[in-house]
Design a protein around this ligand. Structure first.
Ligand SMILES: [Zn+2]
Length: 431
């Protein structure tokens, strides 16, 4: 029986399916499986409405599908076709910007030094609190357009620049409003524990009490988030405070994720394993024991090389050690106004290749299927398989080896989101 389709992307030089091909069973990829991209040379993918209905060699797909009369056919000859990129860690909703911190860092001031003097996160908190929700939505929509043009089709967004009950709710409601105006799929995370706000200076436990007793119940009552996160760092939130916050979140149905072991070794990786977080992120200072525990507990390792680059720390998280320990590695932008002002997963790919020395196939896996698992969407996106969302990117290159290779320009030509053409010729088009 032939399958109906209204979209056909045809005859790619390489179609990267990321289909598991029996190497794994539905989970994130680890070890050698991170290099299995399921490449089909001369490959096609067909969709009906928002779902993929056929994937395979061009002639096989043509033989299998019945195109409806007004079907959209896109010729991908000479190009690489891959799943829409997934960005599993961003702080995309905020007002203001922090370009002056580039100068401060160039003059030798550290991130924690800038934060301690009222800059950093807290300057974004002031600007975000001063902005009406409608402005936050408008700013976020423009950023989502840029992401889409660079091939990202699913994004996680955290709150964390409000830091009071009302302001955190304002930011989360702004995140909730975005899908009504934008095709991007969005996963919301409550990050009330991003920094201790000025109102609680010197009383971090008082603020932790507010996060647990006031914020989490309100956030879940309105259904505003799927995940709860905490910035576990020396001088921000301790292991014990982070544990209490994430356990409270879990008790209210919020899955856990964690900013762990970024600047100082804290045992954040071990905590992520202990509380069975879906993902632990940053991890420059994770211990080898922490890596092993994360692997055993199935915590996805989400690495953020653009942040290390921007902070000029001179090194990156040890991606190879995580892979060798058996962890599933994902990559994300960490888009935020202070420490990672990039919306481009392509830039992250470049840094993963040049800074972390990952193999191109590992990088692509980390930005697609593993990134999808890092936000609990592995069943919906991250690979080109029948039944999954038709989130498809066409890149102006002839081999996937060039995806992390070409620096500083956008190589994404076409983006299809849920079966709809949303970027063509590198430009955003309706809907
Ligand atoms: Zn972050």
């Amino acid at each position: 029986m032939r399958i109906r389709a209204n979209l056909l992307v045809e005859n790619a030089n390489e179609l990267l399916t990321l289909a598991d091909g029996g190497v794994v069973s539905g989970g994130p990829r680890t070890g050698q499986a991170m290099r299995e991209l399921g490449v089909v040379e001369g490959g096609s993918v067909a969709a009906l409405a928002d779902r993929i209905v056929a994937v395979g060699r061009a002639d096989e797909v043509r033989a299998r599908v019945d195109l409806v009369p007004d079907a959209h056919i896109i010729n991908a000859t000479g190009k690489v076709v891959l799943p829409g990129l997934v960005d599993p860690h961003t702080h995309l909703v905020f007002a203001g910007s922090r370009e002056h911190e580039f100068i401060q860092r160039a003059e030798g001031r550290s991130y924690m030094d800038i934060l301690a003097s009222g800059g950093g996160i807290l300057s974004t908190v002031r600007a975000t609190r001063a902005a009406p929700a409608s402005e936050l939505v408008d700013l976020a929509l423009r950023r989502l357009d840029v992401m889409l043009c660079h091939g990202t089709t699913t994004v996680e967004i955290k709150s964390g620049y409000g830091l009071s009950v009302d302001e955190e709710l304002k930011c989360l409601r702004a995140i909730r409003e975005l899908p009504a105006h934008h095709p991007m799929d969005i996963v919301a995370t409550f990050l009330g524990a991003h920094a201790v706000p000025p109102e609680y200076r010197g009383d971090p436990d008082g603020y932790v009490f507010c996060v647990i007793e006031e914020m989490i119940p309100r956030v879940t009552e309105e259904g505003l988030a799927e995940f709860c996160d905490a910035f576990c760092e020396d001088g921000v939130f301790s292991i014990d405070q982070s544990r209490r916050i994430l356990e409270a979140g879990k008790a209210f149905g919020l899955a856990a994720r964690l900013h762990a072991d970024e600047i100082t070794p804290m045992g954040g990786a071990e905590l992520a394993a202990e509380i069975e977080a879906v993902s632990a992120d940053h991890l420059l200072c994770a211990s080898s024991q922490g890596m092993r525990r994360m692997a055993e507990a199935g915590v996805v390792t989400t690495l953020l090389p653009a942040t290390s680059f921007t902070l000029m720390v001179g090194r990156y998280a040890d991606a190879r050690a995580f892979i060798d320990a058996g962890c599933a590695v994902a990559l994300a932008t960490d888009f935020n106004p202070g420490t990672s002002p990039t919306l481009s997963m392509q830039f992250v790919m470049n840094l993963a290749a040049l800074g972390m020395r990952l193999h191109p196939a590992e990088i692509i896996c980390a930005c697609t299927i593993n990134a999808a698992h890092a936000i609990g969407r592995g069943h919906e996106v991250g690979s080109l398989e029948v039944g999954k969302l038709a989130d498809i990117v066409i890149a102006e290159v002839d081999t996937h080896l060039k995806l992390p290779y070409q620096l500083g320009t956008n190589i994404v030509d076409t983006v299809i989101k849920r079966g709809q053409l949303v970027v063509s010729g590198g430009r955003r088009i309706a809907p």
